[in-house]
Design a protein. Structure first.
Length: 245
């Protein structure tokens, strides 16, 4: 069943809430934003894990002892449709996204629910944009990809440079990030994503070259029909990572 935005039970549902990143998102909603329990919910595949997470959140604030949870699997289309019909926005934290993400995007578009995720997987984003852009546009649905750490430093760095120095002054931004700590490591989802990205690096590079060529052709066509004074110019950003233990 499809519901209007005004009739949605929740403002936000965090899907994949019991994973490493999903739990951090829920803790932020509870501890930092103090989001009222009636306005959001948690969802995932395991009832036991969802109950355990709710108990953790209740220790932050007793109101979350009544936080609702929904059991839903990406392998069950009807469960995903029912889940997305309950909320205005899905925050998807269930990775790896190249395996699990498309079902959530598809259900969100069908139910006219806005979608945000934390993925950092170009091999997921490129086909999703190509396949679902027009459908999302027709349904007036926002599909916002890559809102996790992989993209945020580059985006915020570029925005800061543009705001402070202006587009005419800054042509590119490079950020150098260093992680220090004893122990730690990558989550299972991040490891899986890394392995998949390396496996498909050649095909992804070819796709990027094709996309760049298409974008350049479109830009050339656009610039030939408008003055350069009013044209928009992209600000390039790049992030370098290193980690020490």
């Amino acid at each position: 069943t499809e519901y209007s935005m005004a009739a949605r039970k929740f403002d936000i549902i965090v899907y994949g809430a019991t994973g490493y990143s999903g739990e951090l998102v829920c803790q932020h909603l509870a501890a930092d934003l103090k989001r009222p329990a009636r306005t959001w919910a948690i969802a995932g595949r395991s009832r036991d894990k969802l109950e355990a997470l709710r108990d953790k959140l209740a220790r932050i604030d007793p109101q979350y002892s009544d936080l609702e949870f929904i059991v839903a699997s990406v392998d069950n289309d009807q469960q995903m449709l029912d889940l997305c019909a309950l909320t205005r926005v899905i925050i998807n934290c269930a990775g790896p996204f190249f395996r699990l993400g498309e079902a959530v995007v598809k259900a969100c578009i069908a139910q006219k629910t806005h979608y945000v995720d934390i993925n950092g997987e170009p091999n997921f984003m490129a086909p999703i944009m190509a396949k679902y852009h027009e459908q999302a546009e027709r349904n007036n649905v926002l599909i916002v990809l890559a809102c996790g750490f992989d993209s945020v430093p580059a985006d915020l760095g570029a925005l800061h440079a543009r705001t402070r120095y202006g587009m005419d002054t800054v042509k590119a931004v490079e950020a150098f990030l260093k992680f220090e700590g004893g122990g730690g490591g990558l989550s299972n989802g991040t490891w899986t994503t890394l392995i998949e990205s390396l496996t498909n690096a050649k095909s992804l590079a070819a796709q990027r070259r094709a996309d760049s060529s298409a974008a350049a052709a479109a830009a050339a066509s656009s610039s030939s029909s408008s003055s350069s004074k009013g044209s928009k110019r992209l600000l390039k950003s790049k992030v370098h990572y290193s980690k020490t233990f």
